[in-house]
Design a protein around this ligand. Structure first.
Ligand code: PMV
Length: 307
């Protein structure tokens, strides 16, 4: 194959962040914003990497290195990326890793089934980030809305359509590694308390799974609020995330929560159709940006060439 182009979607964590790192389940949805990677072989004796919009290039480098080591491929490559994910914490590290490995596997005609692709990409994420659950890798590969088991890394498809969710950027980049380390430290100091919080999160995730299956939005919204409170207890929220959760609830949301590791990034708001306008007005008053996206998007796929 002479040139390969692959797109992988970003994600939003719906329920279960942090606990999932310790083997608990979570619910994640893929969003309709993608990172596209184009690769081809080059005669140069070095790789040519052009990755605008990818803030941390370590994931691409590490993905190429692991692929070469595992499949003993030779020669240099030229790789170009294009990102629609911005700097909102929508899972660009996982999406870029998944798209890079899949593109290389097609370029070198190495057949990888999704489970093998997951394993390789998860290895890359762990090598760069240290601690991670792999939920974002699953979302980038399979797409849709998934129940992800942090223990055995299995994904189960849940609600098939886009959810009535508004996504707000808090104005600050999230702090994935810092927050993971903070929770780890708390867990080693207060193991019973933190395990107690993780167990409550597990319970919420199981209830949310049922609520999603029944499209029971009012129940799902309450679960989001409860999950947010548990994240506050874990010490990963901040005043601007809390304010967005509070203001959108006041304006009539079913519920809201921070999404992801915390310390910044996004708040997701589940809304009743008749309250959408009021909620948007309340968000506009806070001066924060609404990110226009749909959930339950398709997973990894070939893509028309980058122009
Ligand atoms: O900050 P994000 O969006 O990468 O989300 C991290 C979610 C964690 O559970 C804290 C980490 C993980 O890998 O599951």
């Amino acid at each position: 194959m002479s040139k390969v182009t692959i797109s992988a979607p970003g994600k939003l964590m719906l329920f279960g962040e942090h606990a999932v790192v310790y083997g608990y389940p979570c619910i994640v949805t893929a969003v309709n914003r993608y990172i596209t990677i184009e690769v081809e072989k080059t005669k140069a004796d070095y790789d040519i990497l052009q990755t605008p919009g990818v803030s941390d290039k370590s994931f691409v480098r590490s993905a190429i290195e692991l692929f070469r080591k595992k499949f003993k491929t030779e020669g240099s490559i030229s790789l170009t990326s294009q990102s629609e994910l911005g700097n909102y914490g929508l899972g660009s590290s996982a999406a870029v890793t998944v798209a890079t490995i899949e593109a290389l596997s097609r370029l070198y005609e190495v057949k990888l089934v999704p489970v093998e692709l997951f394993k390789l990409c998860y290895q890359v994420i762990l090598s760069v980030q240290g601690k991670a659950s792999g939920f974002d890798v699953a979302a980038a590969i399979y797409g849709r809305t998934l129940y992800f088991d942090g223990q055995n890394k299995k994904s189960t498809l849940l609600y098939p359509k886009s959810l009535p969710i508004i996504t707000i950027f808090s104005g600050k980049k999230g702090e994935t590694v810092k927050m993971i380390n903070k929770v780890e430290e708390l867990r080693s100091k207060f193991p019973d308390r933190i395990t107690g919080i993780f167990e409550k999160i597990r319970h919420l995730v199981e209830q949310a799974r049922l609520a999603l299956n029944e499209s029971n939005w009012s129940s799902l919204g309450k679960l989001m609020n409860s999950n947010h409170q548990l994240l506050v207890e874990l010490g990963v929220s901040n005043s601007s995330l809390n304010r967005l959760v509070m203001e959108t609830n006041k304006a009539g949301a079913f519920g809201a929560k921070l999404s992801g590791a915390g310390g910044g990034d996004c708040v997701i708001v589940l809304y009743p159709q008749d309250k959408k306008e009021a909620i948007i007005e309340a968000i506009e008053k806070t001066g924060k940006e609404i990110i226009n996206l749909k959930t339950g998007a398709k997973g990894i796929r070939p893509h028309p060439r980058i122009t």
